[in-house]
Design a protein around this ligand. Structure first.
Ligand SMILES: [Fe+2]
Ligand SMILES: [Fe+2]
Length: 406
């Protein structure tokens, strides 16, 4: 009983209990608890995840609803426990309606245990701004997708991409890999995937993470899924928004698993084989198969038909790793069988467009690199008759564009 009443007691925590806490405004979030604005992840027609990076251990919940009056509450329950996390709170909103606008805000309260670790005390509740988002809708008349890639921790680039995204928000953002330069620590993981450049980059338009080779490297890379999981815990899946069905695939590392620098810790060849088996089933799903346009996002391109830059050949002693040869072997026939029209990648840091040609029924589109002078936004804009895509640099110059007819 005493422990229960301690947990329920509400008072501001003393300064000594709030290490390194300082009032801050991060992504328009005021308070001592939030390390970032909320991040919306893995949208679906009936749900979305909300992840909030923290400055100190806290509990929390999400309040949401179809009007600004909110009225519904989502908790993170597990084996009788409510949320209590050191670094980030995560919630799944479920039972939502497709193509519907929801308003939401996150509440959190710091929780400190006494030195014995037995008694918990709860601080005052802090609340984020109220924002809104829209669920995916396979039946929508149009789809607008935004794709970023290879930002590699470049804050100026992320800020410019986020500013453009606010102007042209679209329905969903796919961050198509190489968010970091290797995930060397949990701090970096939280900073780069949940608070990149201090931007509220996914507080109103949800995002999917497509893993790149730098997102699977480093001491903390195995903990990415703890904070930014893929749907169902994997980074390969499909989603559908209106006329567009999109496969997201995980190309893994760019060099063979036996490369000495990986110390025998990787088996991405097995992951690509697993995706072949999954892909064979996923493309049969009527929600995917009946979409007027089928596309794929995968970090390392399957196709490159320009000369490979000399420095790559020098560093790596060959062409390997510039494209995902194993992915092409495992997946190309199934992608063609599925009628995939467009494969969107990054990785090369050199934007390119290789239209379909004899022997390859899909076009390969590749976004730019991490420096502001190299970075690109890829936008897809489709209705049931045509799909338009454009690769735009940060100066808003369109580098490649084309229209596909249904
Ligand atoms: Fe990269
Ligand atoms: Fe890459």
């Amino acid at each position: 009983m005493a422990a229960g009443s301690a947990v329920l007691a509400q008072r501001p925590l003393r300064a000594a209990e709030t290490p390194a806490a300082k009032p801050a405004t991060v992504g328009a979030e005021a308070g001592t608890l939030w390390a970032a604005a909320p991040v919306l992840l893995n949208p679906a027609p009936d749900g979305v995840s909300v992840v909030c990076a923290l400055r100190q251990p806290a509990t929390g919940w999400v309040e949401y609803g179809e009007t600004a009056a909110l009225g519904r509450r989502a908790d993170a329950r597990s084996n009788g426990f409510l949320a209590f996390e050191d670094k980030a709170l995560a919630f799944r909103l479920e039972g939502l309606r497709p193509g519907t606008t929801y308003h939401y805000r996150v509440h959190a309260a710091a929780v400190a245990f006494n030195p014995s670790g037995r008694r918990a005390e709860r601080g005052a509740t802090e609340t984020t701004a109220t924002r809104s988002f829209r669920t995916l809708d396979p039946g929508a008349a149009t789809a607008r997708l935004t794709v970023w890639n290879d930002t590699h921790e470049n804050k100026a680039t992320v800020r410019a991409l986020a500013a453009r995204h606010r102007e042209l928000p679209g329905d969903v953002l796919v961050w198509n890999g190489d968010v970091t330069n290797d995930i060397v620590s949990d701090e970096l993981l939280l900073d780069e995937y949940l608070n990149p450049g201090g931007e509220a980059f996914a507080a109103t338009v949800p995002y999917f993470l497509g893993r790149g080779n730098h997102d699977v490297r480093g001491r903390a890379a195995r903990r990415l899924g703890q904070y930014v999981p893929g749907p169902g815990g994997r980074y390969f899946h499909t989603f559908r928004q209106g006329p567009v069905a999109c496969l997201v695939l995980d190309t893994g590392e760019d060099k063979p698993d036996a490369t000495p620098a990986y110390a025998g810790l990787n088996d991405f060849a097995a992951l690509r084989r697993e995706q072949r088996a999954w892909l064979a089933r996923a493309i049969q799903d009527p929600v995917f198969a009946t979409a007027p346009f089928r596309i794929a996002c995968l970090h390392i391109p399957l196709v490159w038909e320009n000369p490979v830059p000399e420095n790559w050949l020098k560093v790596w002693g060959g062409f390997k790793g510039w494209v995902c040869e194993d992915g092409r072997e495992q997946w190309q026939d199934l992608l063609e069988q599925a009628g995939v029209r467009l494969v969107i990648s990054g990785h090369t840091h050199h934007p390119a467009w290789f239209p379909p040609r004899a022997g390859r029924s899909f076009g390969q589109l590749i976004g730019g690199g991490p420096l502001p002078a190299q970075a690109t936004t890829i936008r897809i804009d489709a209705d049931t008759r045509e799909l338009r895509f454009a690769v735009e640099n940060l100066e808003r110059k369109v580098l490649f564009q084309d229209t596909l007819k249904a």
